[in-house]
Design a protein around this ligand. Structure first.
Ligand SMILES: [Fe+2]
Ligand SMILES: [Fe+2]
Length: 191
């Protein structure tokens, strides 16, 4: 299927999978991802595609998420197994691969790493990771700082999201997945 008509089929389908509130968030992430991809000379259509799929599995029952993850042959690590809030990125990437036939590794990586990042993630995944945090619907304190960083230095924006998320989790006495810390450590050596 040509990319444009596939994207529009995916948009229609995602609208049936999530609440109106989440759909608005997804539209915001797609808009911001497209803009940042253009700004940094990356593939705009791929960024929009990954953004449209990033939260497509978020409202599925846990058993359905697990089914898709198994179907794609993806593995959750031991910490992820204990944190069901971290299943939807993997399930979303599994749906991208198995339902929509998307084999582009950069797109799959962007969906799969949108919550925790990854020390090795490429620029497209960085764009979606940051856009998930700064899309126009996000209103929390400090979001403006990350928005203005994102237009200048993508790696620093990744670092800012990682540090704000880790700070939030510490404050709330919530668990931090080691991969988020690995993302922080790697991007601290900003280029
Ligand atoms: Fe998400
Ligand atoms: Fe999201």
């Amino acid at each position: 299927m040509p990319t444009t008509s596939r994207l529009s089929a995916i948009q229609d389908w995602v609208a049936t999978q999530v609440s109106p509130h989440r759909l608005k968030h997804i539209e915001g992430v797609a808009q911001t991802s497209g803009r940042l991809a253009k700004h940094f000379g990356l593939a705009v259509e791929k960024a929009r595609l990954a953004a449209w799929l990033h939260d497509c599995a978020k409202e599925l029952p846990r058993s359905e998420m697990k089914k898709w993850i198994r179907k794609a042959g993806f593995r959750l690590d031991a910490s992820e197994e204990r944190m069901p809030g971290l299943w939807h990125p993997h399930a979303g990437a599994a749906i991208a691969l198995k339902k929509w036939g998307i084999r582009d590794n950069a797109v799959l990586e962007a969906v799969r790493c949108h919550t925790l990042g990854s020390p090795q993630m490429g620029p497209l995944a960085q764009v979606v990771f940051v856009s998930d945090f700064i899309e126009p619907g996000r209103r929390f304190e400090g979001v403006g700082t990350v928005r203005s960083l994102a237009g200048k230095n993508l790696r620093k924006a990744v670092l800012a999201k990682a540090s704000m998320t880790i700070g939030f989790l510490f404050d709330k006495k919530m668990k931090v997945h080691p991969r988020l810390l690995e993302t922080w450590n790697e991007f601290l050596d900003g280029k």
